[in-house]
Design a protein around this ligand. Structure first.
Ligand SMILES: NC(=O)c1ccc[n+]([C@@H]2O[C@H](COP(=O)([O-])OP(=O)(O)OC[C@H]3O[C@@H](n4cnc5c(N)ncnc54)[C@H](OP(=O)(O)O)[C@@H]3O)[C@@H](O)[C@H]2O)c1
Length: 325
């Protein structure tokens, strides 16, 4: 089978497409023939040696898979051979075949097409977990979502509206992305590279601030977020696209009853795989019912994975980037 391999940490040039043996499923695993997979920012971080859940090179990246089960371990009873599934694979998804734990493999409703399914797992389930399990968004609350035209952003905007948010404010890094954020559910959009989003949010909310912030950028963006987080507000930090840690003082929290929370899908799937199922089921139902739309901004052949990484890093991509083996 052909697989993308990160031979050493570095730029997109370290990605190679190699021939590897098709793996055999362990007792609790399924083997999936990949029909489509997608690129996440974590794959870029993994390639650079900056993703906490990735291994040491050489390894195959990839967190999402859609395909057909072709073999299963002797202990698997929940998934059939020939079944159409989405999964969070054990090893890299950027390959023609991938192994997944049956506990992290989910039957795919017939109504969901292959490409939407491949775009779905990481971003939709993470967004669902962030809003419901971590931030505990209440109906009517105001939400601020950074990097809102990206993979997480376009799903989190929709899921926030579906959860009954009172107002959803988006930040984007370019003027071109404003329309995408609006299209996927933003009530207001701020270009946070040209204006102070904290000042804009305070203006928009009459000084009150927002109840929930989804922050995947960290660094200075996190510090600015605390300026516009309302009393009793929750700021969830779940990435550091800026490459910088965000600094929090305890003075920012206790007097105002505000919380800063962390979340990692990679850690959750590794240590609490069963905990994900309610969010997967709920998000998959929304996708199957047509209430959640996956925005696919670009599609690449597996052999062009390096170009897909360049696009995601360029900060010009919108929605999800698919890879087709
Ligand atoms: N914790 C978890 O479980 C989890 C799961 C999935 C994703 N994430 C995180 O969520 C974020 C979004 O992931 P994604 O796969 O959907 O990617 P994405 O949003 O499609 O692409 C990343 C976006 O980050 C924004 N960004 C802000 N500062 C940046 C910088 N200094 N360099 C590059 N990009 C920057 C850019 O949008 P703008 O130009 O509009 O700012 C860029 O388009 C990533 O930080 C990722 O690590 C975390």
């Amino acid at each position: 089978m052909k697989s993308v391999v990160i031979q050493r940490f570095g730029g997109p040039e370290v990605l190679e497409v190699c021939d590897q043996p098709i793996p055999h499923p362990g007792p609790g695993d399924v083997l999936i023939k990949v029909q489509a997979t997608s690129l996440n920012y974590a794959d870029v971080k993994a390639r650079m040696g900056q993703y906490h859940n990735a291994g040491q090179p050489p390894f195959t990246p990839g967190l999402d898979v859609m395909g057909i089960v072709t073999a299963r371990g002797e202990a698997v009873t929940t998934i059939e051979i020939g079944q159409r599934v989405v999964a969070f694979p054990l090893h890299g998804a950027h390959s023609q075949y991938a192994l997944a734990d049956a506990a992290l493999t989910y039957a795919l409703p017939d109504s969901v097409d292959a490409h939407a399914a491949a775009a779905f797992p990481t971003v939709a389930v993470t967004s669902y977990e962030l809003l419901h399990s971590v931030a505990r968004l209440q109906s009517g609350e105001t939400v601020l979502i950074h990097a809102a035209a990206g993979g997480i952003g376009t799903t989190a905007l929709q899921l926030a509206q579906l959860a009954g948010a009172g107002r959803v404010i988006a930040t984007v890094g370019s003027e071109e992305k404003r329309a995408i954020a609006k299209q996927f559910g933003a009530d207001e959009v701020i270009n946070y590279r040209t204006e102070s989003f904290a000042d804009c949010v305070l203006d928009m909310t009459n000084g009150h601030g927002v109840d929930v912030i989804l922050d995947s950028v960290a660094g200075e963006i996190l510090a600015q977020g605390l300026r516009c987080l309302a009393r009793f507000g929750r700021l969830v930090v779940f990435g550091n696209a800026s490459g910088q840690p965000g600094m929090v003082s305890s003075y920012d929290l206790h007097g105002s009853c505000r919380s800063v929370l962390g979340y990692s899908m990679g850690t959750t799937r590794r240590y609490r795989p069963d905990a994900l199922r309610p969010s997967v089921d709920a998000a998959l139902r929304l996708l199957a019912d047509g209430k959640l739309r996956m925005h696919i901004g670009a599609t690449f052949a597996l052999s062009d994975t390096a170009d897909a990484h360049r696009l995601l890093e360029s900060r010009t991509s919108v929605g999800k980037i698919l890879l087709i083996p």
